[in-house]
Design a protein around this ligand. Sequence first.
Ligand code: FAD
Length: 310
Amino acid sequence: MTKTGILIEIENDAVKETSLGVMTAAAGSDIHALVLGKAVDGVKDKLAEYGAGKIVNISVSNDLSISPDLQAQALAAAVKKYQFDNLLGTASTNGKDLFARVAAILDEPLLSDCIKVNIAEKTGIKSHFSGKTFAQLKVNTSVFLCTLRPNSIEPAAAPALGEVVEFTAQVSDPGLMKIVETKQPGQGKIDLSEASIVISGGRAIKSADNFAMLDLAAEKIGAAVGASRAAVDAGYAPHTIQVGQTGKTVSPKLYIACGISGAVQHFAGMKTSKVIVAVNEDKDAPIFSKCDYGIVGDIFDVIPVLTEKL
Ligand SMILES: Cc1cc2nc3c(=O)[nH]c(=O)nc-3n(C[C@H](O)[C@H](O)[C@H](O)COP(=O)(O)OP(=O)(O)OC[C@H]3O[C@@H](n4cnc5c(N)ncnc54)[C@H](O)[C@@H]3O)c2cc1C
């Protein structure tokens, strides 16, 4: 049986759903859940429920949280210590950053932001050319390094032993970089890239204040709010929530596009959503040929009614 290390991301003392999906992607191998510098007591049962044979609590002599280089070195040390065949994680902001560093340390190639993975064959499927094509990539390496797009794999319980082991990595910080502050989005806001529901507004929203209508709907259904580039360029929304080719890529279970025409560059960022709902007053808008459910209507009529119903 192959051995797979999985970088677990923890938020508010709970395992992120996206990490559980990555564990499901590694089903059938001997899964080691890797927790970097955080207490495992509160998360070990969840990790065991989703397939962790071992839960490796990785520490170093310093504070791990301040240095991405130190975290990457500790992860690379764990790969060597446990002789993993595969190291998987989420293509989150942290995951993308850390895995690139680990790949450099181990001098191995990295498949990043895959939407499917087959660890037995060391292959991953990635979306290319703004989502117009999908490429299957195969690597022939001793350690298969791969990050998966958040929400691309539905987590499925697969109970395992969940034995906790401690690993103190003997590594030192090169001192090139230090995290001085981490800014969280507003209270209760959901990370757009990892949200399971996203509701986005386009040019039709007409003002920054009108985004409050989407905030309200988002609050009701536990969604994150996104925006098209036209809405961002017009100053209605910050670039941090732009979805698309030059914004964020999202892959939620449900994507609701409000007053968005469905340009290819927007589609590139949300095409892998499981269900797409569009609200647009123009029945010929391109978005209607790309969505699962379409509502022809004025967003200022439809969204408040939808919110009320929800
Ligand atoms: C290199 C490059 C990169 C790009 N990157 C991105 C990107 O990352 N993300 C992105 O989104 N775009 C990107 N774009 C821009 C993209 O081509 C489109 O211009 C943009 O997506 C359009 O945004 P929109 O759909 O909000 O606006 P529009 O295309 O103007 O569409 C507005 C829609 O709202 C509808 N509407 C108007 N009023 C109402 C109403 N009251 N109720 C209901 N519907 C209404 C209209 O019928 C229309 O379909 C990029 C473009 C380029 C060239």
